[in-house]
Design a protein around this ligand. Structure first.
Ligand code: 4NP
Length: 149
């Protein structure tokens, strides 16, 4: 799960998918990162943590890290939250196989629409709730489309 800062959207996507994978007893490794180094080592944004906690998901333990080329070797699926993240990840790809691992996350729940998870960082509380709803739906779709085959 990859966004810009790894403090808002990707930590929530990570926490939601981890929680669902665990509940289903699936053996899947889930992690998150940011394309930037702005917040490396920081906890998720307090507003995202609160929105998650109120809905039964804890993302308090995550520490932000930057996406690295090694992630192409360590993961089969790489989900970008928006087009900018997508392009930044693609720019690091070494091979067509690396590129093929990268997807816009909302294409799982809204196929072929190329929708983006809006960056909530500079907005109000409603933005965090919207991010939660979009990522709850997208992580359900990932389970159904990719992990339960
Ligand atoms: P995220 O949100 O990419 O969902 O973690 C952001 C966090 C920080 C910044 C931008 C977006 N920033 O500019 O510091």
């Amino acid at each position: 799960m990859v966004c810009l800062g790894n403090i808002c959207r990707s930590p929530l996507a990570d926490g939601l998918l981890k929680s669902k994978v665990e509940e289903l007893g699936l053996d899947v490794k889930v992690d998150s990162a940011g394309t930037s180094n702005y917040h490396v080592g920081h906890s998720p944004d307090a507003r995202m943590r609160a929105t998650a906690r109120e809905r039964g998901i804890s993302i308090d333990e995550l520490e932000a890290r930057q996406f690295i080329v090694q992630d192409f070797d360590d993961f089969e699926l790489i989900y970008a939250m928006d087009q900018s993240n997508f392009q930044n990840i693609i720019a690091l790809a070494r091979t067509p196989e690396d590129k093929a691992k990268v997807h816009l996350i909302l294409n799982e729940s809204h196929p072929n629409k190329n929708l983006e998870v809006p960056d909530p960082y500079f907005g109000g509380d409603q933005g965090f709730i919207e991010v939660y709803e979009l990522l709850d739906e997208a992580t359900d779709a990932i389970i159904k489309n990719r992990l339960m085959q």
